[in-house]
Design a protein around this ligand. Structure first.
Ligand SMILES: C[S@@+](CC[C@H](N)C(=O)[O-])C[C@H]1O[C@@H](n2cnc3c(N)ncnc32)[C@H](O)[C@@H]1O
Length: 225
């Protein structure tokens, strides 16, 4: 690790996170505070996400659902454990209209704006465009719209954007819509479910590994999920 470049960035990210969790607020573009919870990720979940990224030695990430920017900071800290520079991309159509641009401000205050690009676009429109452009990501975090069809579409395109053998991690495994969408891809496309048991730090995630070879299906293939 090149400490001259990455240490100040790491410290800055950690300071922003520490302030957010101690005050339980983050400041948006208007200068007004926004409550961290219930939208933002807990510190325990963030640490688990950071470890997943670091263990994969991911060199960048795609995030669907920037929100308050907390998960973006943990994803970045995970990458920075093994890489001095990186590119992340986070999608969220409601930053300006619904969130006072808190996520964008959080990324800026953490000094990550040179590394993490934010596109204020619906994932259902951005993801197929990224596929068409041949984009590939080492790690994908899905935390956007939580309806079944949102999650299904996000994972459908994420499989095409993920490097073979990499992880697609879905937040909020407690939600039936999230578990059911994941089950389709496990039962029908051969994604490997590496989710961890209740009581472990990463239990709130569905952790899917993209196999090197996706299951080839006949035209009438269907496995209940
Ligand atoms: C639970 S929040 C994400 C919280 C974030 N992970 C954090 O730690 O701060 C979900 C986010 O998904 C965004 N979202 C909803 N529908 C979306 C869509 N179709 N495409 C992309 N993002 C979407 C919302 O605006 C919201 O910011």
């Amino acid at each position: 690790m090149n400490t001259a470049i990455s240490e100040p960035l790491v410290e800055r990210c950690e300071r922003v996170l520490s302030e957010a969790y101690s005050t339980r607020t983050l400041i948006g573009l208007s200068g007004q505070p926004t409550d961290v919870f219930p939208t933002g990720m807990t510190k325990e979940a963030g640490d688990a996400l950071m470890k997943l990224v670091a263990d994969e030695r991911a060199g960048g990430f795609l995030e669907i659902g920037l929100g308050l920017g907390l998960s973006s900071l943990f994803l970045s800290l995970g990458v920075l454990q093994h890489h001095k520079s990186f590119e992340g991309l986070s999608l969220d159509p409601f930053q300006a209209s619904g969130w006072d641009s808190v996520g964008i401000e959080t990324i800026r205050r953490a000094g990550l704006d040179r590394h993490v690009r934010v596109e204020q676009e619906y994932s259902e429109f951005a993801l197929p465009r990224l596929c068409g452009a041949g984009a590939r990501f080492d790690f994908i975090f899905v935390d956007g719209g939580h309806l079944f069809d949102n999650v299904f579409v996000d994972v459908f395109y994420s499989i095409r954007l993920a490097r073979p053998g990499s992880l697609i991690v879905l937040d909020d495994r407690w939600m039936p819509a999230v578990r059911r969408a994941a089950a389709f891809f496990v039962n029908n496309l051969g994604l490997i479910d590496e989710s961890t048991p209740q009581g472990t730090p990463g239990h709130r995630f569905v952790i899917l590994r993209v196999p090197h070879t996706i299951t080839q299906r006949k035209w009438d293939h269907h496995v209940e999920f």
